[in-house]
Every structure is written in structure tokens, then in C-alpha cells.
Design a protein around this ligand. Structure first.
Ligand code: ADP
Ligand code: ZN
Length: 531
């Protein structure tokens, strides 16, 4: 209970120094730990790398009994426990990777009061046997890691997390601490409600990562753009390149290696031994580049990751923030670089439409994508947009360390261009059963007599050749931004462009369409303009 054992601040600090070898608490750590050690509930929002683990590890060590940590990251438990044991902390885990005997040993240690920390997968807490085991031992604190997994609106929902509200009912005297690195104000409230922690104290660290420079460039020839970026700005540096598909991970890693940059692939299709080998090389060696799907990085604690590059659009701002947050944990200048283009928008909108899930799921996915697109297309400070997204106050003057602050993009009146695109879509929509994507529309506007244009008599349309004032790349930027703003939609597996409800007001001239001018590409990053 709360008054089991009065502890002073200095016990926590002494533990920090003796066990972990650190001099002082960082940011909110000291306040969180003091509160939990005294028996209070806490909800902790701290960005990746902020030092969340100590917030429950130290209370677990200082308070009598075992700290029970609920974590969905089963793959990391062994490493976490090994690292703690190396420090002399008595830690164990129970999850589905163990056989019966291994589990038995840990259970016995727990019951004998020989564990400081016990890591559990959330699905374990659905089993009466686990709850029974826990009630037969002594628990010092419950830590619920990755607490945003409880949110049905989040990007990482895990149904097993909903059962965690029972912890407070069954163990009313044991303090609970919920931790997450991703929480918009709405998720934050949902955590508190679903975990049933109305009296918890909230600790919110700043989400700003001032040493990370955010940049989002128009995608032309992404692999070449990436190569130029690495050669010019990060030669010999360690970093992570994220791609959406396994095949593009493989191709990109090969491409970099062929061009003299040491790179290894990492994705769920590789066997476990290869993945482990690539991960440990990344941690051990200097200057290795890992090209990965999002499967890579959860729990990776490498302080000197100098860049995170995205060759494909993340599905949400939360995902983008978490992935870019793996750069620069040591506080030194780092870059979050992303190449983003028309195909990204088409592809992701398509995926949402044709993907599984119910209406609510699609609605949620679309809202996440819209927020991500708004970040890509903004003419304002990117850091400001990010912080505002997480409910924090941005500096109104801008950050001075993102691309839009460093080279403010020009905007132009794209109303007429938008009307041209939309009226072409209207004409093509009349051809029932035919599917045309952005490429055909741009060919028509540019007046190109391609095979497909001739085949469908599109050179007979009144809009044919009426868009020669812009280049192909500029038209792609127009369509991309119309898609991002919801002024045009996409349908079906071929990415057919269609009108949306908002299109009508543009066609009728009732609204103007301000567009962002894509920056002129840096000379050395110049690449072909087809993507
Ligand atoms: P998070 O879980 O929030 O992503 P971690 O708990 O993994 O962050 O901590 C990130 C890194 O910071 C780890 O290497 C950890 O050892 C280190 N760290 C945490 N707290 C301190 C501290 N008070 N002093 C020095 N290093 C710390
Ligand atoms: Zn900025």
C-alpha cells in the first residue's frame, strides 16, 4: 500500500546511481518516480528516447515486491531482461516464446519474492491462471508500457489492452503507471478512461526534438535522391531508411551497396537469424545503414542514428514521429528526410478503400492519412505542425530547423489548374467502365498522343492539350495536392480519379485553391522527373 514504507527521494536517486550508473534524473523522471514510489498512479507521455523505462524500473526497485510490466513487445523482452540482469536487477518475463519449464522457473522466482521486475505480454492477463499467480505474490507497481495500444482510435490498437482496466479493481492498493510515446490529446484521454485511472497524475514531457531537422521533398527518383542526400549530408553515418514493401527494402539496400554505401535489409520476410545479425551489426558498427520496413526499430536504442529517411509515406503522424524519433537520441544534429509524391497519396488512399476493416476502421485510417498529408503539404513550420498535432504549443515564429522554415515555399493560385484537372476527370467519368488514373489525365492536359490517349479518342476531348502552361512534374504536384486536400478522390484498385463532394465548389468557381510550389530541386539531387 501507499504507506508500506516511507521512502525518500534520495533512495530513488541512490538507486539511479548505484544500479544504472547515471548521475541525475532527466526531465520529468524524478517527479514521476517520486509520485509512483509514494504509491500514486501516473500517466506518462514522453517521446521515444525520453527515458520511460526508469520511471517504472526505479519504483519497482525501491518499493517492496515485484514490479509487473505489461508490454506488447514480446520480441524485446529477452533483451530487456538480459540487460537488467547484467546490471544486477532480478528480472524475468513470461510470454508465449517460453516452454513450460522456463515459465515454471520464473513463476517460482516471483512467488518466492525473488524478482524485482516481471515482464508480461498483455494477452497473459486474460488468463485466470496468470491473475491467480499474481495474487499469490507481492506486487510493487504495475507498469503499462505502450499504453496507447488501449486506444481504439490509435494506430496500434490491441484488444488485449482493454482487459487491463481490471488491474485497478483487483489490486486497488498497487500503484499503476501507464506510459506512451504517442498520444494526441484524444488518445491521452482514452488511456485514462479505458485503464480506469481517473485519479492518476499526468506527466507530459515536451515532444519537441530540437536536434532533428525535418525535411520532406517531392519524390522524383527516390533511390537517387536518397543517394544524393546520403552522400552530401551523411557520408559514413548510421541511419535507417524506411520503405513500405519488402521488395523495395531489398532493392534499395542493393542499390545503396552498389553505390558504395554499406546497407543491409531488414523486414519480416527475412529469417530470424539474418534479422538478428543485421540488427546487431547496426547496433555495434559505425555508419551502417539499415533499410527496413516499419518492423525495424521498436525498442532499438542506438544513440547515434544520424538520419531517418522515408522513401514511402507513413500511414500516420504518430508513425512518422515515432520512426523519425529514432534519430539523434544523443542530442546531436540529425535529419528526418522524406521523399513524398503523387503515387504515395494514390496508393494509400487506395489501400484504405480496398483494404479490409469496417466503416469505422476506414474512417479512422483516412483521418490518420489526412493528418499525415497535411504535414507533407503544409507551407508552415513542420515542427510546429507536429507539436500542434500532439497538443503542444509550437513557437509561432517557426523553428528555424525544418525545410519550410529554412526555405519558405512559395504558394500560388492553383484554382484554374484545379478546374482543368477536375473537368478532365468529369469527362473521363462519362466513359463508363473505363478506369483512368492521374497519368492519363496529365497526358491529356499536356496534349500527348500516347497509345492510350489515341485508343480512347482522348485527343478529341475539349480539354486535350489545354494544360501546356505546366510541366508534367508540376501537374503531378497539382493532382497530389488536390488529393491531399480532398478536392479529388481515388477509387478502385487502379487508382481511378473521381470527384468528391468538395470538387463541385471548385468547378463552379466558388472557392480558390491555393497550392504550394514544390521547391526547385537541389542541383545534386536532380533526377529524372518520372515517378
Ligand atoms: P524510452 O523508453 O522513453 O524510449 P528509454 O527508457 O529506453 O527511453 O531510455 C532511452 C535511453 O536514455 C536509454 O539508453 C537510457 O539508458 C537512457 N537514460 C534514461 N534515463 C537516463 C538518465 N537519467 N541519465 C542518463 N541516461 C538515461
Ligand atoms: Zn520549422
Amino acid at each position: 500500500g501507499v504507506t508500506d514504507m516511507p521512502v525518500t527521494d534520495s533512495e530513488a536517486l541512490a538507486t539511479l546511481r548505484r544500479v544504472f550508473g547515471y548521475e541525475a534524473f532527466r526531465g520529468e523522471q524524478g517527479a514521476v518516480i517520486e509520485h509512483v514510489v509514494a504509491g500514486g498512479d501516473a500517466v506518462v507521455l514522453m517521446p521515444t528516447g525520453g527515458g520511460k523505462s526508469l520511471c517504472y524500473q526505479i519504483p519497482a526497485l525501491v518499493r517492496p515486491g515485484t514490479g509487473v510490466v505489461v508490454s506488447p513487445l514480446i520480441a524485446l523482452m529477452q533483451d530487456q531482461v538480459d540487460a537488467l540482469r547484467a546490471l544486477g536487477v532480478r528480472a524475468g518475463f513470461i510470454n508465449s516464446t517460453q516452454d513450460f519449464d522456463e515459465r515454471r522457473v520464473v513463476e517460482a522466482e516471483f512467488l518466492a519474492g525473488e524478482l524485482d521486475l516481471l515482464y508480461l505480454a498483455p494477452e497473459r492477463l486474460r488468463l485466470e491462471a496468470t491473475l491467480d499467480l499474481l495474487s499469490r505474490g507481492k506486487i510493487s507497481v504495475f507498469a503499462i508500457d505502450e499504453a496507447h495500444c488501449v486506444s481504439q482510435w490509435g494506430h496500434d490498437f490491441r484488444p488485449d489492452y482493454l482487459a487491463l482496466s481490471l488491474l485497478g479493481e483487483r489490486w486497488p492498493d498497487v500503484p499503476r503507471i501507464a506510459l506512451t510515446a504517442t498520444a494526441t490529446p484524444a488518445t491521452h484521454q482514452e488511456i485514462t478512461r479505458r485503464l480506469n485511472m481517473p485519479d492518476a497524475r499526468h506527466f507530459v514531457a515536451s515532444f519537441d526534438r530540437p536536434n532533428i531537422q525535418y525535411r520532406i521533398v517531392p519524390k522524383a527518383d527516390p533511390k537517387k535522391q536518397l543517394l544524393a542526400f546520403l552522400r552530401e549530408e551523411h557520408p559514413g553515418d548510421a541511419g535507417i531508411v524506411y520503405c513500405l514493401s519488402r521488395s523495395s527494402v531489398e532493392r534499395t539496400a542493393e542499390f545503396l551497396t552498389r553505390n558504395g554505401i554499406e546497407a543491409v535489409p531488414y523486414h519480416a520476410g527475412l529469417d530470424a537469424a539474418t534479422r538478428a545479425a543485421h540488427q546487431s551489426r547496426f547496433l555495434r558498427e559505425d555508419g551502417l545503414v539499415v533499410v527496413a520496413t516499419i518492423a525495424f526499430g521498436m525498442g532499438i536504442d542506438k544513440p547515434d542514428v544520424r538520419f531517418v529517411a522515408h522513401l514511402d509515406l507513413p500511414k500516420s503522424v504518430e508513425g512518422y514521429y515515432q520512426e523519425t524519433g529514432r534519430a539523434g537520441r544523443d542530442g546531436l544534429p540529425s535529419t528526418a528526410w522524406m521523399a513524398y509524391g503523387l503515387n504515395d497519396v494514390v496508393q494509400q488512399r487506395k489501400l484504405i478503400q480496398s483494404g479490409g476493416g469496417d466503416e469505422a476502421f476506414r474512417h479512422r485510417a483516412a483521418a490518420h492519412l489526412d493528418a499525415m498529408l497535411a504535414l507533407c503539404e503544409t507551407a508552415q513550420c513542420r515542427r510546429g505542425r507536429l507539436l500542434a498535432y500532439f497538443g503542444q504549443e509550437p513557437d509561432p515564429a517557426g523553428c528555424g530547423n525544418c525545410d519550410t522554415c529554412l526555405t519558405p515555399p512559395e504558394t500560388w493560385d492553383g484554382t484554374v489548374a484545379a478546374q482543368k484537372v477536375l473537368s478532365t476527370v468529369v469527362r473521363l467519368q462519362r466513359e463508363r467502365g473505363q478506369k483512368f488514373g492521374a497519368g492519363q489525365i496529365i497526358d491529356i492536359l499536356l496534349g500527348r498522343r500516347t497509345g492510350k490517349v489515341i485508343q480512347f479518342d482522348h485527343d478529341q476531348l475539349s480539354v486535350f492539350g489545354k494544360g501546356q502552361e505546366l510541366t508534367e512534374g508540376e501537374w503531378r504536384a497539382v493532382v497530389r495536392q488536390l488529393l491531399a486536400q480532398g478536392l479529388i478522390g481515388v477509387e478502385g484498385e487502379y487508382g481511378t480519379l473521381v470527384l468528391t463532394e468538395a470538387s463541385a465548389s471548385v468547378l463552379r468557381g466558388e472557392r480558390t485553391v491555393p497550392l504550394r510550389k514544390d521547391p526547385k530541386r537541389h542541383a545534386a539531387s536532380r533526377a529524372g522527373s518520372s515517378a
